[in-house]
Ligand binder design. Structure first.
Ligand code: FAD
Length: 453
């Protein structure tokens, strides 16, 4: 591959420009400082020319423009919790220099249409949106595992996140403000937010950031969707030849949605949802066909679709119980707000030890401590782990709870499998355990580097 990297003086000039645009403290170039942005949560790691953290949408625009004019690769990043790659470089064999733009300083959340919709800037987190909607008795589309660790609203849209959400499906919108590079190689700004904000990038971006628009500037008849309008129907097609949900499903790719970094997004407009009281059922079986039967029934025979469903195999249960214990206990004790700073601290400590060739030091220490502690999971879940290989967590609306209960009673009457209705604490802990499993695989790898690639 022919390298089109910048020469030393062009690099210096570009870095100087970045510093003028966002301030020197928001342009990171040292390996130890850029590490937590360059290294993916599960996959991907590579070198970058700089990590830039713009403080306004206009700064984001100017940084993107400068990087593209200098023929650099731009990687967009929010909380860097993505598990499928794309949030960081992957390897060191790129043909051009990489500028990584991390958007976490751009936290704005604007409620519109009485909170039935929301406009989120690139660094707005799911957790912050959840808190903002709480007084309205509403919630965001995505109430997903990584809400706990600071995942952004926008990263979710770019990744079509949220596959466990049976009714709503993956995060999706056709209303976004984004920039893409045209055929002439120029960056152009496209406003499909359905909000009248002016003509020039400067005007559009500053008016949006300061929420300088009126209700009359909001177009509610554009025909563009702010969530996936068809998923609830789609997921009921249980005899279709393709699954309802798979990565990079072309029907879920629309401008910002599913773009995974291929465009630079400045804001998305999304629907919000009325909060709904729910019950959690914990189902166990040694026969996977049971889960298929249950899924088919729940998706077609109940008045309402279930809210969310998560599968756990016994092997994953065990891995989460052992290697996800610290995440579980931390969130259980301190809540979610402190998690991003705990992750940042962990990364700084690991970066320090990596200078001496020691990898994953914090993981080894934390894991040794966790190994001493007894199991943290509710007794009924642990009993099910002994009895059953396959576990299904099911969250259903209270409205459908009786029908779900009756169905499960009848279904398991002459079967080996079984179920129980969780109390509030069990339900919360069951889903928290499922979340901890996602991180547990990473901990396992980091503490077993000789056995795992
Ligand atoms: C422990 C754990 C649990 C998880 N649980 C779930 C779960 O329950 N459900 C689920 O769906 N996922 C889950 N995930 C995966 C991940 O958290 C989600 O994909 C999340 O939505 C990503 O958000 P983020 O802010 O971290 O985005 P990032 O990882 O920073 O970015 C994700 C993608 O979006 C792009 N992007 C970000 N910002 C912009 C921008 N401004 N412009 C253009 N592109 C941009 C990036 O380039 C990247 O391709 C989990 C991850 C972990 C580590």
């Amino acid at each position: 591959m022919t390298s089109k990297s910048l020469n030393a003086s062009d690099k210096t000039a570009l870095l100087t420009k970045f510093r003028q645009l966002v301030g020197a403290s928001h342009v990171l170039t040292q390996d130890s400082k850029t590490r937590r942005f360059r290294k993916g949560m599960r996959t991907g790691e590579g070198k970058v020319l700089a990590v830039i953290q713009p403080g306004s949408l206009l700064e984001q625009w100017h940084i993107m423009k400068a990087a593209i004019e200098a023929n650099c690769i731009v990687i967009m990043q929010a909380a860097n919790t993505g598990l499928t790659g794309g949030s960081t470089p992957d390897g060191d064999d790129y043909d051009r220099d990489i500028v990584l733009i991390n958007t976490l300083r751009l936290k704005g959340i604007q409620l519109i249409n009485e909170g039935k919709q929301v406009v989120c800037l690139p660094g707005a987190t799911l957790d912050a949106l959840e808190q903002k909607l709480l007084p309205l008795d509403r919630e965001p589309h995505s109430v997903i595992g990584s809400s706990c660790i600071g995942a952004s609203v926008l990263g979710g849209v770019c990744n079509n996140s949220g596959g466990a959400l049976v009714r709503r499906g993956p995060a999706y919108t056709e209303m976004a403000l984004y920039a893409s590079v045209n055929e002439q190689g120029e960056l152009t700004l496209i406003n499909h937010l359905g909000i009248e904000l002016g003509e020039t990038p400067e005007e559009i971006l500053s008016r949006l950031e300061s929420a300088s628009y009126e209700a009359t500037d909001i177009d509610n008849d554009s025909g563009r969707a702010a969530s996936d309008p068809a998923y609830a129907e789609h997921v009921r097609q249980i005899d279709a030849p393709t699954p309802a949900r798979f990565n990079a499903d072309p029907s879920r790719l629309y401008e910002a949605s599913g773009s995974a970094g291929k465009v630079g997004v400045f804001a998305v407009r999304l629907d919000t949802y009325e909060k709904e009281p729910s019950d959690v059922y914990y189902i166990g079986s040694n026969n996977p066909d049971d889960l298929t039967e249950i899924r088919r029934h729940l998706l077609t025979q109940l008045p309402d679709l279930p809210i969310a469903g998560e599968y756990i195999h016994r092997g994953a249960f065990d891995m989460g119980e052992k290697y996800g214990k610290d995440s579980f206990l931390f969130i259980n004790k301190f809540g979610t707000a402190k998690v991003p700073s705990a992750f940042a601290l962990k990364s700084r400590i690991d970066a320090f030890f990596e200078r001496f060739g020691l990898r994953s030091v914090t993981d080894h220490i934390i894991q040794q401590l966790m190994n001493i502690l007894p199991s943290h999971l509710p007794k009924r879940m642990r009993d099910y782990r002994e009895r059953y290989e396959h576990h299904l967590l099911l969250r259903v609306s209270k409205k459908s709870s009786t029908a779900s209960n009756e169905f499960l009673d009848t279904y398991f009457k002459d079967k080996e499998g079984s179920y129980f209705k969780c109390d509030d604490e069990e339900g919360r802990k069951a889903f928290l355990h499922r979340f901890a499993i996602a991180g547990a695989a990473i901990r396992y790898r980091d503490t077993h580097r000789r056995q795992v690639e």
